[in-house]
Design a binder for this molecule. Structure first.
Ligand code: 8ID
Ligand code: ZN
Length: 351
């Protein structure tokens, strides 16, 4: 009883508008599954896609979304139970598919695949009731996990978990999270805590401050109130030498040009946020004398995804989220554009 038509949020051209309308339900081809999406988080990437912020064009018309949690309802003829079962809870991630045979896929760097499919960007994503995804790439959501709360893990959670691992920080060390009050930032705070790290949360406004304090951050720095970010971040560490890692998840270029100044000697700056037309900048002299490492990080592979979900299933991850209906996506984009979202918005699909 899969319908032939469904509700979706669609953009016809760069810049939008997003239109709530009925479109056909696709049929899964070889290697694919059809997922009845129940909930989908809204990532700032989806807004970048609408706005045409990045050098790679999206498909058009486009159904956005890449934090889709739902149930497998149909599969391509060749998909077997050991890959993906009918009735199973799965996640439709940013990496909808990768070839699994290029030099990067062979080394488990699936996000670096030379011919990837990207949900809500190069293929239709999770802002619809029925989404197509590669059977080998859907995330397997453990039994008993609530599909609303887990949906932001499917991009935000996986990405920040991977970024924290890439940073090389160890339990007991400190991490500054820049953009801590947003979707990726709030999950980064939770993963960092679960990994035994001290958290310096950097963002702005009372709502994001109190949210961060409720999640147990060790310090909150309001970037709009601070007159000297470098001094304030260093002062927030026990010995005044700065955090061992900085996780950049802001959507503004400025912090990408400040982080190398306050990271600890031998520390690592992890670049994750993707503000339009932005550049990373670091002073050569201080960076050399401090042996600073600057590294970017891009989503995660299937194993990172499973690990990030396992943290959630063990009850270690609780980031604030608000649920609204799929039809309310334009309001969510409006708030996101103004920087007014503390945590994540999750869309509930119509029944
Ligand atoms: O794999 C990746 N690298 C990846 C994966 C997923 C998302 C990258 N991203 C990118 C998105 O495309 C986006 O550019 O990460 C960025 C953050 O996504 P998000 O968390 O979904 O965005 P948000 O919820 O709007 O949060 C952004 C936060 O940054 C703060 C804002 O106040 C907001 O809370 N912020 C800004 I704008 N400027 C800041 C500053 N100077 C700042 N925080 C601290 N200092
Ligand atoms: Zn995302």
């Amino acid at each position: 009883n899969i319908p032939t038509e469904q509700w979706a949020q669609v953009i016809e051209k760069v810049g939008g508008p997003v239109e709530y309308k009925k479109i056909p339900v696709a049929k899964p081809g070889p290697g694919e599954v059809l997922v009845n999406i129940k909930y989908s988080g809204v990532c700032h990437t989806d807004l970048h896609a609408v706005n045409g912020d990045w050098p790679i064009p999206t498909k058009l018309p486009l159904v956005g979304g890449h934090e889709g949690a739902g149930i497998v309802v149909a599969r391509g003829d060749d998909v077997t139970d050991d890959v993906c079962k009918i009735g199973e809870a799965v996640g439709v991630k940013w990496l909808n598919d990768s070839c699994l045979s290029c030099t990067f896929c062979q080394q488990a760097d699936e996000p670096l695949c030379l011919t990837p499919k990207l949900s809500g960007y190069t293929v239709d994503g999770s802002f619809q009731q029925y989404a197509i995804a590669s059977a080998k790439h859907v995330a397997h959501i453990p039994d008993g996990v609530p599909l609303d709360e887990v949906s932001p893990v499917l991009c935000a959670g996986i990405t920040v978990y991977k970024g924290l691992k890439e940073s090389g920080v160890r339990p007991g060390q400190s991490v500054a999270i820049v953009g801590a009050g947003g979707g990726l930032g709030s999950l980064a705070q939770q993963y960092a805590k679960a990994m035994g790290l001290k958290v310096i949360a950097i963002d702005s406004g009372e709502e994001k401050k109190s949210m961060s304090e409720k999640m147990g951050c060790d310090a909150f720095i309001d970037f709009a109130k601070s007159s000297d970010i470098t001094k304030d971040v260093r002062a927030a560490t026990n010995d005044g030498l700065g955090p061992h890692a900085v996780i950049l998840v802001a959507v503004n270029e400025k912090p990408f040009q400040q982080a190398a100044e306050y990271v600890r000697p031998r520390g690592t700056v992890i670049v994750i946020g993707l503000p339009a037309n932005a550049y990373i900048r670091a002073p050569v002299f201080e960076s050399v004398l401090k042996m600073v490492r600057i590294q970017a990080s891009y989503v995660g592979n299937r194993q990172d995804s499973a690990e990030a979900l396992d943290f959630f299933a063990r009850g270690l991850i609780h980031a604030p989220f608000k649920t609204v209906d799929l039809k309310d996506l334009p309001d969510v984009y409006e708030k996101m554009h103004k920087g007014q979202i503390a945590g994540r918005y999750v869309l509930k699909m119509p029944d």
